[in-house]
Design a protein. Structure first.
Length: 155
């Protein structure tokens, strides 16, 4: 599991007095960036290889209000990965309360000469695989999105 922490900023608060929905996405995005840095998709990797990560799909559940100055912790778990993609499950906690859940499908991309999917380097893929939840544990996670998975070729 990977962890990211932040505090809700005043500019993230909407006219209802709680964090605007768009900022849940921002917090989740920053948590993904932190996880990517930890497994090796950091700034040095991106500069050296010309590769990066693109978000393909995401789903969020908003479960509790979050207010200004609340301290948030995002726990990121890898549900699955293959040679080009990885599937994340993220829980945003405000203290002990589950505030939001997100699922994200990410793609490794070579940006030049034009953007296209590219294989994840073996050393990073091994880190992703080592951190992947066992399927039984993943099946027990609450607030899962609609069926979202890495489809395997039958070849």
């Amino acid at each position: 599991m990977f962890t990211f922490e932040t505090t809700v900023k005043p500019e993230w608060i909407d006219y209802n007095g709680h964090m605007q929905d768009a900022y849940y996405g921002l917090v989740f995005s920053h948590a993904v960036d932190a996880m990517q840095d930890e497994v090796g998709f950091d700034a040095e990797y991106r500069a050296r290889t010309g590769c990066t990560i693109y978000l393909l799909e995401d789903h969020k559940y908003y479960l509790r209000e979050v207010k200004e100055d609340d301290h948030l912790r995002v726990e990121t778990r890898i549900l699955d990965c293959d040679e080009k993609r990885f599937h994340l499950h993220m829980q945003m906690l405000n203290g002990d309360d589950l505030a939001a859940v997100g699922e994200f499908m990410e793609l490794h991309v070579r940006q030049k000469p034009s953007s296209q999917a590219a294989p994840i380097p073996d050393e990073i893929l091994q880190r992703l695989q080592a951190a992947t939840l066992p399927s039984g544990d993943a099946a027990e996670l609450k607030h899962r999105s609609r069926s979202m998975m890495i489809a395997r070729n039958s070849r």
